[in-house]
Structure formats: structure tokens, C-alpha cells
Write a protein that binds this ligand. Structure first.
Ligand SMILES: [Zn+2]
Length: 385
């Protein structure tokens, strides 16, 4: 019997002996070149900032990708879900969705949703808003994960929906409409995953970070996130409670309010957020690849675990959140000059970091300490970014 130590060398040798042949089946992984191609495509002027007619073109592009992957349509034989306008007989937008059926006769009645909004701000006063990070990056994540699930040797046991939401930018209209008119009862959704802006960094400075919200209501997914993160040491996967954001800032909102287990991935607002400068050249592709791989790993677990993630009504906020808040405030402070952070914010963040150090050393984050720290974080988010 071969020791584990020599196994990699033996496989390497086998690979050398049989050039061009796959020696052992590798599951496909999300790839940055593919993410880049999708982001560059969707940010192109032909999609007119993905609003109005350009939004319709983007929807058609996503449907074309679903078809190429051989996925089934989600909405009663159709890839499109029309979102009616106020005016009788007119539509204001369209969600797009596809299905990959689960392989397990029992678990296939439960669903994993992998989603991202595809709309953006359009063209304003003749200026294109390409929305490369917001949210061509999330759509690329969704399509890459669809490809990997479709092409992988291991078929998901639960069924999966891949959804591109329209009209997020005008108030989560697409995801709200979907949640109200879901083709399946939402009680059968084991996990809803969405990503909104995963190609850059908070304040242009927290380059290692991606933030994940929602695990406070599904603590059983945390080991999956931690395991996936441990495979990518260059990336910091920071857990945060979704109550940090007082308003629902992305498509997780309509699912959170219906107590559907959810995870929301984002690298946060960068200085080019909602500006014409949100272009494909500014995306950090190696980082987007690592994040997509983390999301894919978590999705794989959600698709195969014997028990589905369960919604926990009373938020269970881990100590890891204190570590994330400390890390995010530190990297914002490092960029105090570029971000022109005011004196008050600097004092508040410096004090918060000192408090968080004590909390982390003690190993306990009390609800009242948390409330105080979150208020500082909210004030900073609102006034600095
Ligand atoms: Zn946006």
C-alpha cells in the first residue's frame, strides 16, 4: 500500500506518462477567464447599462447561456418571468430562471437557489453605466456555478434553480415579484444564495475581504463556509449579521422577510460604486474566482447534505463577526486619507477597534456591545462610502 506522502508524486508521474489524458476526474471549478468573459460581455455598451432594452438584451444573453448548458426552463416551460407594469398589459422587466433537477428521489423536491441581479443603471445623459462589479460580477458567479454543476461528475442531490433577477436597482422589484410568484412553495427552498458585487473591495481598500451575511439565521452552514474559506488562504471570508444594513440592500431581502435560509456575498461598496467608472478593467479577477469557488463549495454542500439548512429565528451572531468588523474598520482606517475620512469617524473607529480587541480576547460579544459597534459601523458606512 502506498503512503499518502507518495501518492501525489505517483499521480504526477502517471500524468507525465499519459500526456493529454485525464488521469483522474477533476470536478470543474469556476475559472477567472470565464468570469472575465461574462463580465466583459455584460458591461459592453451593446447592453446599454442593462436597463430598458439593454436589460432585455442582457436577459436574453443569460437565457442563451442557460440553453447552452442544457438547463430546463424554470417558469412553466419558459425561461422568462414577466414582471407586469402598472399599465395594463405592459411589462416593466423580466426575471430569467433555469433548473437543474436533483438526482436524489427524495431530496430533489427541495431546492437550492443560486441568483444574482443582472440589471444596472442604464445610460444617463448619454453616459454609460457599465455595472461591471454591480452586478455583472454576480451574474458571472451564477453562470459559472451553473456550468460547474452541469458539467461535474457528481450530480446535485437537491434540485437547483439559477435565477437572474431584473429591476434590483429600483427597489428589488424582480426578487420581490419572484418571491410573491414563486413556481415552488418557498418552504421547499433549502438555501437561497445571492451575490451582489464580488469583484472589488470595500472602500477600495479591504482587498482580501468578501463579506457574507445571513449565516446568523442558518448557523448550520457556517462549517461549510469555514471549510471553503480555509482552502483559499489569500481570501478573508468575513461573516456579518444582515441587520448591519438597516435596509435590504440586495435580493436576499424578500427571502429574509419570508424566513428562507439565505446567504448574501459581497465585497462591499467601492469608490466606483454606481458610477460610470464601474468597468471590467477594475475587476480583481483572481479574487472573483476565489469567491465564486467558495460560493460553489458551499452550494455543493447545500445540494448534497442529508439535512437541509434550518432557519433559526433568533439570530445567532458568532464571535467571528467581531473579527470581521475589526478587520474591516482597520483597513478603512488605513485608507483614511484617500477616503477622506472625517475626524469623528476616525475617533469612533479607533475606539471601536479597541473595544473589539477586548471582546475578541475575552471570547464573547454581548448583545449590547454588538449594538454599540453596529451603530458605529452603520455611521461609517453611511458617511464614508
Ligand atoms: Zn447597484
Amino acid at each position: 500500500m502506498m503512503t499518502r506522502r507518495f501518492l501525489p508524486y505517483a499521480l504526477l508521474l502517471l500524468g507525465t506518462l499519459a500526456p493529454g489524458r485525464t488521469v483522474f476526474a477533476q470536478p470543474p471549478e469556476p475559472e477567472q477567464a470565464r468570469l472575465k468573459a461574462i463580465i466583459t460581455k455584460l458591461a459592453d455598451p451593446e447592453f446599454e447599462g442593462r436597463r430598458g432594452e439593454g436589460g432585455q438584451k442582457a436577459a436574453a444573453y443569460i437565457v442563451e447561456q442557460f440553453r447552452t448548458l442544457g438547463l430546463e426552463p424554470l417558469f412553466d416551460g419558459d425561461f422568462y418571468q414577466n414582471i407586469p407594469a402598472r399599465e395594463e398589459g405592459k411589462i416593466q422587466g423580466r426575471n430569467v430562471g433555469a433548473i437543474l433537477r436533483g438526482s436524489d428521489p427524495e431530496l430533489r423536491t427541495q431546492w437550492l437557489i443560486v441568483s444574482a441581479h443582472f440589471d444596472h443603471l442604464g445610460v444617463r445623459d448619454g453616459v454609460l453605466y457599465p455595472g461591471a462589479d454591480d452586478n455583472a460580477s454576480g451574474v458571472a458567479m451564477m453562470l459559472e456555478i451553473a456550468r460547474c454543476f452541469t458539467q461535474g461528475a457528481e450530480k446535485p442531490r437537491r434540485s437547483i434553480m439559477f435565477i437572474g433577477f431584473d429591476l434590483e436597482e429600483i427597489g428589488l422589484f424582480g426578487s420581490r415579484y419572484f418571491a410573491e410568484h414563486s413556481p415552488i412553495p418557498l418552504s421547499r427552498v433549502a438555501l437561497f444564495v445571492t451575490a451582489d458585487m464580488i469583484g472589488r473591495s470595500l472602500g477600495g481598500g479591504c482587498t482580501e475581504y468578501v463579506f457574507v451575511m445571513g449565516s446568523e439565521h442558518v448557523p448550520s452552514v457556517r462549517p461549510w463556509i469555514e471549510e471553503a474559506a480555509s482552502q483559499r488562504p489569500a481570501l478573508k471570508v468575513g461573516l456579518l449579521g444582515s441587520d448591519l444594513l438597516l435596509l435590504d440592500r440586495s435580493d436576499y431581502g424578500p427571502f429574509r422577510s419570508r424566513k428562507v435560509p439565505f446567504l448574501f456575498f459581497s465585497t462591499g461598496e467601492n469608490p466606483c460604486y454606481h458610477s460610470p467608472r464601474d468597468v471590467p478593467e477594475t475587476i480583481n479577477y483572481p479574487k472573483a474566482e476565489s469567491i465564486t469557488r467558495v460560493v460553489f463549495d458551499v452550494c455543493r454542500e447545500a445540494a448534497r447534505s442529508p439535512e437541509p439548512p434550518r432557519w433559526v429565528a433568533a439570530a445567532d451572531n458568532p464571535l467571528a463577526e467581531a473579527v470581521t468588523l475589526r478587520g474591516a474598520m482597520s483597513c478603512l482606517l488605513e485608507r483614511r486619507e484617500e477616503l477622506q475620512i472625517g475626524r469623528t469617524q476616525i475617533v469612533l473607529m479607533t475606539n471601536a477597534i479597541r473595544t473589539l480587541d477586548a471582546i475578541i480576547a475575552r471570547g464573547e460579544f454581548t448583545p449590547s456591545e454588538r449594538a454599540g459597534i453596529l451603530n458605529v459601523a452603520r455611521f461609517v458606512l453611511a458617511s464614508v462610502l
